[in-house]
Design a binder for this molecule. Structure first.
Ligand code: GLC
Length: 646
């Protein structure tokens, strides 16, 4: 049994009223439940730790951190333990947004809560709002602080008001914990630059190129075009410092136990603001080792598990999301493996589904999608996905080469095809994306652009091509309907609900122009929103259809994620079919057509799954009963069916 299940079991034995609970006693119970795991993980990472007395320091730190957690959140934690699957519920629907691009600042965001309610969104992922360097700052992912709100967004009081308001409406907030690096203006970095040896050891700093060169021989480059290499020479410190992302983002040195403890303090302070889901940014990079690519190392997993086991003691109602945009076989490990299965992150991005949906749109085929999904090990029962189509980052093509070969394609030509298809190298393609960080050394590249532009809406509108527009709208809706029904939290990227196109204004900003991810970080188009109930445009159609799909999802309990997904490969290479099954009348069979042509599905296959009762089915999407005239069921181009047994 993993620790989550254990805590839930212990909580279920406790009296029903969390307000009357003995909080200190329950903290002690949680600490003793996790203590041996915490100790084992800590000592495996820091074998010298007992000698240096740092493990006792951790034991002193945990109760101190708990003392600082506000009473109402402590009580909420207990409630959450009793309703432990809240983050897997069909009611969860998320939206990711930049606060300033959405509506100016935190106060402005608060005034738009009604918009989220109208759409049916109850989880907000707000992008970083803490202090950061002026000028380039990687959209706030170069942090000057973990909890101090940047003036541009308002104040800490505004953030606290927002979390309070969301709580009162039973809505949830997700924020980032930039766990791998700080900015070069972070207080620790400043002290390191001033010559403080203690803080030089908080980062990977070196007097000469010897170790940096050794590291470089096996480290890949994350931003090869704008920030080649993994080390930067700092003239103030007169030392090299590891900077895997941008040269102003210094990698934290977790081989130093004090870094872990200070970061744990930062993590809990963030949780104490009332954040419900904490996104562990770039966590695959947390541990560096010479001779390796320093990604997904076992020690990185131990470290994340250690953070989680400590957080579970201090703030058990808060859950962690793994931002590991890595290969499918590696992503799944962030739920925890072996004896730690279920002890790492509760949630992970389903980057595999995301990338392969884009692959299926470009190829109009689903066999590679199936192959990858079918070969994934199962996730733990308490784990769930964030299912998404687009986010603020690029689309990486990090699925396995071997499956590309197995479906009969050459892996490097296929990846080149995808880049060409999405990035305007093929005249017939409707996509208007851009290549991100092309690396001529190995031919790797990623894709940027908004969902609507990548799916043909921009080109369709430019060319006034009704057919292209219609196809684009259907593709946008089909992909969203997939993430709404797949199992996990659907995370809509703000703007996609109204078909927002690429925003090219970043090209005029000297701090942003080198990073074309900004094409997909547009300002929320409130003019379009104002017309939602007045005019009929592709954008308003998208909004209203999506709103309806969300409402259906939230009223369909089988869409809650309890590992009840069954993939149903079909002989038709254009069809994607899966089922959400609880073995009840509520079961739903999802069928989508990735082709521009109408297809027929032989209902013999569908019937065997119990979906044909006297030739009748119900499509929840259209709210219509389908009476089969023959054994063939028709599915239109880019249509999605949510079939229940009527
Ligand atoms: C994550 C963020 C990305 C950022 C990187 C470095 O991948 O999503 O936007 O550039 O981390 O912090």
């Amino acid at each position: 049994m993993n620790q989550t299940s254990l805590h839930r079991m212990l909580a279920s034995n406790k009296p029903d009223n969390p307000e009357k609970a003995n909080l200190k006693e329950l903290f002690d119970l949680r600490l003793s439940t996790n203590l041996s795991i915490i100790q084992n993980l800590f000592l495996s990472l820091y074998p010298e730790a007992t000698l240096q007395n740092s493990f006792p320091l951790l034991l002193e730190l945990l109760p101190e951190l708990y003392k600082k957690r506000p009473e109402n959140l402590k009580i909420q934690d207990l409630r959450r333990l009793k309703h432990a699957n809240w983050y897997q519920s069909e009611k969860m629907v998320g939206m990711q947004l930049y606060v300033d691009h959405f509506n100016k600042n935190l106060k402005g965001l608060e005034t738009k809560i009604g918009y989220f309610e109208k759409l049916g969104v109850n989880l907000l992922h707000i992008m970083p709002v803490t202090t950061r360097p002026k000028g380039e700052n990687d959209g706030g992912y170069a942090v000057n602080s973990y909890t101090q709100v940047d003036k541009k967004y308002g104040s800490k009081a505004d953030l606290l008001n927002l979390t309070k308001k969301l709580r009162s409406k039973n809505m949830h907030l997700m924020m980032d914990f930039v766990v791998n690096h700080t900015s070069d203006e972070f207080p620790w970095a400043k002290k390191a630059m001033a010559g403080d040896k203690k803080y030089q050891d908080y980062y990977y700093t070196y007097p000469d190129r010897k170790l940096p060169d050794e590291f470089e021989s096996s480290l890949p480059e994350v931003f090869p075009q704008t920030s080649p290499g993994n080390f930067t020479f700092n003239t103030k410190m007169n030392r090299w410092v590891m900077t895997v992302f941008n040269d102003y983002q210094w990698d934290l040195n977790y081989t130093n136990p004090m870094v872990f403890m200070d970061m744990l303090t930062n993590l809990v302070e963030l949780a104490n603001l009332g954040v419900d889901v904490i996104r562990f940014d770039a966590l695959a990079f947390l541990w560096k080792k010479l001779g390796t690519n320093s990604q997904n190392l076992p020690e990185a997993h131990s470290l994340v598990t250690l953070f989680r086991m400590c957080l579970q003691v201090v703030a058990p109602g808060v859950v962690l999301l793994a931002e590991a945009i890595v290969s499918p076989q590696e992503i799944i490990k962030y739920f925890g493996e072996g004896i730690n299965k279920g002890n790492e992150c509760e949630i992970a991005y389903n980057a595999t589904l995301m990338a392969l949906l884009w692959n299926s749109i470009a190829t109009k085929k689903t066999h590679l999608l199936y192959k990858n999904l079918m070969n994934l090990p199962s996730k733990p029962i308490e784990g769930t996905w964030i299912n998404y189509i687009r986010c603020h980052d690029d689309i990486g093509l990090s699925f396995d080469d071997r499956y590309i070969y197995e479906v009969g394609w050459d892996a490097s030509s296929h990846r080149k095809f995808l880049l060409d298809y999405y990035c305007q190298k093929l005249d017939w393609s409707p996509a208007m994306g851009q290549v991100f960080m092309y690396n001529p050394k190995n031919g790797d590249g990623r894709i940027t652009g908004s969902a609507a532009s990548l799916l043909g809406l921009e080109k369709g509108l430019d060319q006034n091509d009704e057919e292209l527009i219609k196809l684009a709208v259907n593709k946008i809706l089909m992909l969203h309907a997939i993430i709404l029904s797949y199992g996990g939290i659907p995370m809509i990227y703000a703007g996609d609900e109204i078909g927002t196109l690429n925003d090219y204004s970043y090209l005029k900003n000297k701090d942003l122009k080198e990073d074309n991810r900004w094409a997909n970080r547009p300002k929320q188009d409130w003019k379009t929103v104002a017309g939602l109930d007045k005019i009929d445009t592709p954008q308003t159609q998208i909004f209203h259809s999506l709103k309806k799909l969300i409402r259906i999802r939230r009223n369909t309990p089988v869409f809650a994620d309890i590992n009840n997904l069954l993939l149903h490969p079909t002989p038709n290479a254009h069809i994607f079919m899966f089922e959400r099954r609880n073995n009840s009348d509520e079961d739903v069979l999802v069928i989508c057509n990735f082709d521009e042509k109408l297809h027929m599905i032989d209902t013999a296959g569908v019937a065997s799954k119990g979906y044909v009762a006297g030739g009748k089915l119900k499509d929840l999407v259209l709210g219509e009963s389908i009476t089969l005239k023959s054994s063939l069921l028709e599915i239109n181009p880019y249509q999605i069916l949510w079939l229940s047994k009527s």
